[in-house]
Design a binder for this molecule. Structure first.
Ligand SMILES: Nc1[nH]c(=O)nc2c1ncn2[C@H]1C[C@H](O)[C@@H](COP(=O)(O)OP(=O)(O)OP(=O)(O)O)O1
Length: 167
């Protein structure tokens, strides 16, 4: 079976990272970067850029691929292949929560918010994030594999810092 291709974009400033609270779908209730399925006819990079815009409201022309994560769930033959990108610039306005956008945000899939790098809400994120987020924050690239049982428990994993991602 072919891997399911997904993207994950982490916009960052020197001391902050932009995350979104996923309000429905896969990973509901968790803070995460922005991303989703790569659609037929688009490259992985194009998919990352599109999902970032749809979910956060900003455009990035400087996405850099920094991670490749594979996820398997016990009892499910499908492998999720998540391509992780970062960007330290963006254009446009973040759809952050304030009075004027509340109605719109009610329907949006993600609620964006900046987090200081020493206050990343790891306990409200996917369980694998606590392993690779520190690598991301210090500017390393990484490759990983995680076997989940359910959505919270990791039963096996492997994670390596790499020089290059030649995926
Ligand atoms: N274990 C994990 N750790 C992590 O940090 N991010 C993960 C993850 N597993 C999946 N993701 C990310 C990848 C992608 O950005 C997102 C899931 O993609 P989608 O938003 O497309 O999922 P949905 O099933 O909600 O999509 P739709 O059915 O199109 O609404 O979650």
């Amino acid at each position: 079976m072919l891997n399911k291709l997904l993207t994950l974009v982490l916009v960052r400033e020197p001391s902050r990272v932009l995350l979104g609270l996923k309000k429905k779908g896969f990973g509901e209730g968790k803070w995460n970067g922005f991303g989703g399925k790569v659609e037929p006819g688009e490259t992985i990079l194009e998919g990352a850029k599109r999902e970032l815009l749809e979910e956060s409201g900003v455009v990035s022309n400087s996405l850099e691929e920094i991670g490749l994560l594979k996820f398997e769930f016990v009892g499910d033959p499908q492998i999720l292949e998540v391509h992780v990108f970062t960007s330290n610039t963006f254009e446009g306005e973040i759809k952050e929560s304030d009075g004027s956008t509340r109605i719109f945000l009610h329907f949006a899939e993600m609620r964006p918010q900046w987090f200081y790098t020493d206050k990343i809400p790891l306990h409200q994120m996917w369980a694998d994030d606590k392993y690779w987020f520190p690598m991301f924050l210090k500017g390393s690239k990484f490759k990983g594999y995680f076997l989940f049982e359910g959505h919270e428990k990791i039963v096996k994993y492997q994670l390596d810092e790499v020089e290059k991602l030649n995926s």
